[in-house]
Design a protein. Sequence first.
Length: 234
Amino acid sequence: MAKSRRYVETLEKVELEKLYSPQNAFELVKELATANFDETIELSARLGVDPKHADQNIRGTVVLPEGTGQEVTLVVFAKGEKAKEAEEAGADFVGGEELAEKIEGGWLDFDLAIATPDMMSVVGRLGRVLGPKGLMPNPKAGTVTFELEKAVAEFKAGKLEYRVDKTGIVHLPIGKASFTEVELLNNYRKIMDTLAKERPAAAKGRFLRSLTISPTMGPGVKIDPAATMNYLEE
């Protein structure tokens, strides 16, 4: 596939085989974000796990201290007082059976779904629709809960769900190109701290195999895993 002139020009700024320190990597990735919109900075972390084994299928949530810079559209399945609580907390769409029917009809204009436990009988039938999109509420991700005020506030503020894919990689947005290097590094440190604590006992060898950050429309920058571990210990 042909690369755009802008992409080729930014690629020339990257030493493809070099492993950059976290500080230098984020300084460079901001230079690579030259599109005419505020590009998202993405992190891809390849971990030394085998996701086919349940005890190595890493999944959880992390709250970024600097937020994501993204507007998050939340759907909440709740009824009665809990529905009122979700609305007052700032949920974008709140409902029950009628909301499920809307989604079954093909509506998916939201980023995250939260449900109270007593609504899972309604949400359960949406598994074939929400599951492949990564939108199915799950207790491990904090998206099945009665604490709706807290959950809505956290996800609106920058709480992210992460899950290792079948190749052992975790993909997460880490902020926007408009963020300062310090803000990006703060988010990076939080994610790396969180992942390091998730290392399964069954994982063998190096846990952080490779780390790459990239802007939405630009090339990737490789970060040295060893330098990252030193950075976390500072």
